[in-house]
Design a binder for this molecule. Structure first.
Ligand code: SAM
Length: 483
């Protein structure tokens, strides 16, 4: 029964928006992980059908004592109705509780299939977000362990054909090398990699293209593997470690990346990923970045900082994340939550700006909301911390210039130039999940103040309107934080 309880706990965490499917599965004991993953994923696929069936029976009301968590009922009813061998547990009070209702549950399954006009159980499966079908399956070659040339030779040897048209979605037997991130390969979304030994060997990392941008922007190609790049980098919000491992590889496994992660469970996942990706230059710390004084000696000599703080995740459209939301009908943006996130994200940037040796900071989210993106950048640019240290936005020429979709200026307060220096990705349309990246660089405090003044002088009317709306927003943020 422990296996069902573990799966239910993963589902509870997902409902509470505590981490991703993968992140939650990573902390399940390794011997149970594969089986738990299969049950969680299968249950999610049928979640809305199973919820409808359970709600049509008295299972949850009559068996409250044995089934305190609706998700425990969900995984057990999944196996009772949909798995070939039924419930995989020896007889006990929990299994008996579900079995007492099996006749009714089976009848409700039949009724639901009739109502939905489907012939078999598979017809009840959720259809994923169709945008996910337009996003290639991206495979980042971990250059700490492997080379891109060896990877290309490997996949060609395995029967894949390399295509040289990066704008075309590869067919199931094709792949291409990404035009923006050279150590990234793209495959058809249906290509199965979950059980690939290349993953276990740390040779490849499954990472969406947009999620590769921050590390690549922070440590740009000129310094790639040459040893001339930054020697001391901080990843302030590291778990599960996709961007930390990318940074490590971009630095040629040299120098030092100090990786902060405040959550202890997620910290374990980070440690596992670093080990697998053979990151010899990363020092992981189970610490809250905000709790460490910017003058602490941990930060001595740190020039580059990657900030990828918690966000609403509204840009993620991959299949399983979409399934998480099925049935919740939570399409409206929760303004109070956005305000809280915005305030936390701004705090993180301002804290990073106080680190005296820092000269380059990337800020990224997988959100599509301007509240977490341009608004945060606008406030960060106008902050006392930016003015004191001399931070402004790096120009477009220094921030993935070939990427066509840039930040928003309309209604955000940002100048056209500033918006142009930001990177945005629209889910599905850009063959990535939704994403946002800003890169702050240190100029002299004096020239930054001059630039701020000039931007204000460009359109004083706009400035008045912006100041007023910013003040209103600040007030709302404070309220949301107190709520
Ligand atoms: C969006 S995730 C980071 C994903 C990661 N960069 C990657 O690419 O794999 C944000 C992470 O930051 C952690 N976090 C949030 N606030 C933090 C803080 N103040 N200090 C350290 N870690 C924090 C969260 O626990 C979460 O694991």
């Amino acid at each position: 029964m422990n296996f069902y309880k573990e799966a239910a706990e993963v589902l509870d965490n997902l409902d509470a928006k505590k981490g991703s499917i993968q992140g939650n599965l990573n902390v399940v004991a390794e011997k149970n992980r594969k089986r738990t993953a299969a049950l969680v994923i299968e249950t999610l696929k049928y979640k809305s059908a199973l919820q409808t069936i359970i709600a049509s029976t008295p299972l949850l009301t009559q068996e409250k004592r044995q089934l305190p968590s609706p998700n425990l009922a969900l995984v057990l009813v999944h196996d009772l109705l949909l798995a070939r061998g039924g419930i995989q547990a020896s007889d006990g009070p929990i299994k008996q509780a579900v079995q007492r209702h099996q006749t009714r549950l089976r009848a409700e399954l039949v009724k639901l299939k009739i109502r939905r006009g489907v012939a078999d159980n598979e017809g009840l499966e959720e259809r994923g977000d169709e945008r996910a079908g337009r996003i290639p399956r991206y495979v980042r070659v971990n250059t700490n362990v492997w080379t891109v040339d060896a990877a290309i030779a490997h996949f060609e040897g395995a029967g894949f054909t390399r295509i040289f048209t990066p704008d075309v979605l590869p067919e199931p037997t094709q792949f291409s090398v990404d035009p923006h991130i050279p150590h990234l390969l793209s495959f058809n979304p249906s290509t199965p990699f979950a059980a690939s030994p290349l993953l276990a060997e740390g040779k490849i990392i499954m990472q969406d293209k947009a999620s590769c941008f921050p590390a690549y922007i922070l440590v740009p190609p000129a310094s790639f593997g040459s040893g001339s790049g930054p020697m001391r980098v901080v990843d302030a919000t590291a778990a599960p470690g996709n961007k930390t491992t990318a940074l490590s590889a971009l630095m040629g496994n040299k120098g030092q990346v100090t990786a902060f992660e405040r959550d202890s469970k997620r910290f374990k996942t980070l440690q596992t990923m670093l080990k697998k990706a053979r990151c010899g230059n990363v020092v992981p710390l189970n610490k809250d970045f905000l709790a460490v004084d910017p003058d602490d000696k941990i930060f001595e000599g740190v020039t580059h900082i990657l900030l990828d703080p918690s966000c609403s995740g509204s840009g993620i459209v991959n299949r399983m994340d979409y399934l998480l939301e099925a049935g919740e009908e939570e399409t409206a943006v929760d303004q109070a939550r956005l305000l809280k996130l915005e305030s936390f994200q701004l705090k993180m940037i301002k804290h990073a700006m106080k680190i005296k040796s820092a000269t380059r900071i990337t800020y990224s989210t997988c959100s599509i909301h301007k509240e977490e993106n341009e608004f945060v950048v606008f406030d960060a640019l106008r902050s006392e911390e930016a003015a004191a240290a001399g931070f402004t936005l790096a120009p477009r020429s220094d921030v993935l210039p070939a990427w066509p979709r840039r930040g928003l200026s309309d209604g955000t307060g940002l100048t056209e130039d500033h918006a142009d220096s930001l990177v945005r990705c629209v889910p599905g349309e850009d063959r990535t999940n939704g994403f946002f990246v800003a890169c702050f660089v240190k100029v002299s405090a004096a020239s930054n103040q001059h630039e701020q003044k000039r931007a204000r002088e460009e359109d004083p009317a706009d400035e008045v309107a912006e100041t007023t709306s910013r003040k209103k927003r600040k007030k709302k943020r404070k309220k949301a934080e107190q709520a």
